[in-house]
Design a protein around this ligand. Sequence first.
Ligand code: ZN
Length: 340
Amino acid sequence: MRVVLEARSDYAFVGELVETATAWLRDQGLDEDPGADIVAQVLSAPSFAMSADLNGTTTVWHAVVLRRVEDGVPPYELLVRVRATVKKRHFPEGASTAVPAAITAKDLHLDLIDLADDAEVGVLMDHYISMVRELGPMRSARTLPYNILVLGNPHELGCADTPADWQQQLTFLADAFDANITFERGPSVAGVPKNLMCLVRFDPFAGELPRKKKADGSDDQDEIEHTAIEARFTTFKEAFQRICAALNAFEPPQTSDEFTPRDLKPGEKIYHRKIGNAVGYDRFNAGSTESCQHTTEYVRYYNSDKAVKGFKRRYTNFEPSWMHHCKQGGCGMYAVFCPS
Ligand SMILES: [Zn+2]
């Protein structure tokens, strides 16, 4: 919000938001909770903020989840969202002084949520999707580490209230979880993508569920773990919540972090993708001698203590100066170049 407003802008809207918040809290019987505090949090320390220029004005969304702990009241969580439109600084016709940027419309939404409840993670993601739908995807296409496969078309299978843009909504959701998404109507399925984060099957999906080789290497095949959704007895909203819960429960396979630390050999070049965060260090995949598709464009990578610690766990002779990173924005591939 600060980016689009100026020092000379009129900040009276903050007071109005505080009034709205205070009235809402009073209606909920939560009037111990200071509305000013909540408004300050969502405006100056949002956990989510995005803006876009639409029709000559700037639309800004801020959101934050606040956990409230008060004496005598069970702890509760508040989802606070502000949507505002801002008319940019401009010169009225014939005027020599600019009119500062101003808020032309604003809305404050407060919702009580319970993030310990799986279904409410879906509620949160639903709010997120509504923001992304209005303002557009947050980032351009890039290489995402995980995959989601959706079998069956909920609309055709009788899932109530399936919106026309259901695939788009699930694509935005997948993006929020760093995953690509593939839709298959069946009956045949091209295959199961690598790094599968979640397989969703809307029944009665006509096709066979893909299978995977048993770990013991025998010809028997195991059914792949999946989220089965009875389309005819489920609303799309419930299906969306189930998918959110499945994505939220996903944990990257731990095996990829099981490695024996070793020395890098002179001249060795290994490329790694980051697959997660541990306390104090970054976790990287097993690594490969194959770079990303951007090949040679690697630059020294500084200022990441956690990445250095992640590589030190893996390579016993690791020096921070060996750490490189793909130059291409959004690629995210790391490289370790041991001097020869
Ligand atoms: Zn790259």
